[in-house]
Ligand binder design. Sequence first.
Ligand code: PMP
Length: 364
Amino acid sequence: MWGAVTRTYLDHAATSPLLPEVDAAMAPWRGRPGNPSSVHQEGRRAADALEAARADVARLLGRPDAGIVFCSGATEANHTAVRGLVAQGHQRIAAAGIEHPSVHEALRMAGAEVVALRVGADGVIRISEVGATALVCMAVNHETGVIQPVEQAFATGLPVHVDATAAAGRIPLALAEATSVALTAHKLGGPVGIGALSLRDGGAFPALVGGAQERGRRGGTTDVIGAIGFAAACALALRRVEELGAERARLDEHLRRGLRALGAEPVGAWERTAPGTTCATFPGLLGETVVQAMDLAGFAISSGAACASGSVGPSPVLAAMGHPEPRAGVRVSLGPSTTVGEVDAFLAALGAFLARARPDAYSS
Ligand code: PMP
């Protein structure tokens, strides 16, 4: 509820609200001084909390504690990882067009030669080595929710950077073989502005330099309270991923049956998605039109389209999939708090809008 207007938030893939358990874990640290690099008691207490947080984040990924580098989020983690690959001599890097823009920008800025991996209409990356010496492969796509073949990427034997941002908390992760993994807290009910780059070990890696923090791999005072919240979200995700996944998958089914009945067409293979994310088109309508109408009706969803200088452009993800209408995508993403009543109310409002907008094509 915002004021007197009831709002329903169905955009958990963009950001998911802070979980109450996460808020409670952070509460005792609010207003407390503590720079983990300081030698006094306050500093040592912060350093201990930071190490405990590192262990929780590492556990969610099934990767070593020493390899966790806290940073501002997945954008920074992707940039650092790509810069690291290039600095280690990997000039030709394979990546698909459906990767997050931070990966594409990082590749461009690092001067890498990008070998484009093909993506099927199902939204799945077709892994191939194509003369590259390293690969980037996301675990789950942020717009379609489609799970990606990271095991096939590992099977190439090449170094692989995995962006696990849209996967964490939604599917169990098995990423021990990745060279590096990017993660952000706010997609799994943690605070905004903290994330991690997970490396294989505590060894050196090109980083944001200028301070000795994070074993010299990421300068700048570490956000301890953010890391504590992030860790609490990771611990909850690890404990609840199966249970919440099954619950969300049931809601997905319900939502998708309703969407199909309203004339929606799936984007990507709905049977291959991580629980909670559904992408569809409504033939003849721009994604943005549907998003705006639903916003007016009290529902927050997303078009997944890139917003550049105030104008809504085609989605690079849908374009890379060869979708004929890359401006038509609509993403509905559910969270741990979403109820069947909310999904039903959304479908009813959507049906009413479609019948108004295109009475020739849709009926409610
Ligand atoms: N990768 C993916 C797949 C994402 O969805 C996002 C956020 N939309 C990011 C990276 C960047 O995360 P952040 O904004 O927290 O840096």
